[in-house]
Design a protein around this ligand. Sequence first.
Ligand code: ATP
Ligand code: PRP
Ligand code: MG
Length: 281
Amino acid sequence: MLRVAVPNKGSLSESAISMLKEAGYAMRREPKSLVHRDQRNEVEFFYLRPRDIAVYVGEGILDLGITGRDLLGDSVTTAEETLALGFGRSTFRYAAPAGTMTRIEDLRGKRIATSYPNLVDRDLAARGIEARTVKLDGAVEVSVELGVADAIADVVETGSTLRAAGLETFGEPLMHSEGVLIARSGAELSPAAEVLGRRLKNVLVARRYVIMDYDVQRQHLDECLAVTPGMESPTVSDLKDPAWVAVRTMVPADDVNTVMDTVYEKGARAILVTRIGYCRI
Ligand SMILES: Nc1ncnc2c1ncn2[C@@H]1O[C@H](COP(=O)(O)OP(=O)(O)OP(=O)(O)O)[C@@H](O)[C@H]1O
Ligand SMILES: O=P(O)(O)OC[C@H]1O[C@H](OP(=O)(O)OP(=O)(O)O)[C@H](O)[C@@H]1O
Ligand SMILES: [Mg+2]
């Protein structure tokens, strides 16, 4: 039976669970259960702390897991990202009291509070900067005011926690993070693991794309197809009126209104957009 780790709480948990549900897997019914067996799909789900998930997967105890890219980066295990899942997006950044630091080099010789010491130590080493990381479990933003550190390195989503603590980011982010599917590095995936990966990938496609249908006169077809090239090749069908054709194609959901305006201006009519419920691309 395939064994899969899912975040049991925190920012990634709800989105990971709803994505797996959308992919047809049965999730735990009790909010505190730590294990749930999906008999129909023959998958056993383990609800674990997101930080621990890379350890279980890297050790080969569990086959797949969902965690944060930043947590994977901080772990010292041999697990690797196999699919970016598009939720729980954040950046991982250095910050210090407003006006005190402007460049990452300013961290030289300073104390940096973080819950991600391996990620930070690796970044500093790559830059040739010697500094001391102070490992804290959370509420890292308040550590500078309390005097245990001079700067912090932490997850930034909206930036409101930083601002409330009088801190400002500086330098480029160490990482852009999001929820990711992970597997043991170099492991050969079982057919069931391949299926789970494919299902999640197609949940993303269904969320990110829509189906667009429109009619257009043959003389304007190429112009319209240039704007709606589809994923592989759009379907072009004859209509009863030989001067017209019908086009069916996939369009990124974010662009749908712009694309409709453009093909309309190029002569397309009867433009209809349909959401994708489920798919396998
Ligand atoms: N606003 C956010 N705050 C914290 N983590 C976030 C946020 N948005 C996304 N994440 C991601 O969630 C993961 C951290 O999850 P984790 O459950 O350890 O901490 P948490 O969401 O802060 O929960 P808690 O600290 O309450 O246990 C990281 O991959 C991080 O990038
Ligand atoms: O940029 P923002 O939108 O403000 O979000 C980022 C903050 O949220 C998280 O903290 P969390 O609430 O998980 O508390 P913690 O520090 O105890 O983990 C994270 O560690 C940052 O502090
Ligand atoms: Mg937290």
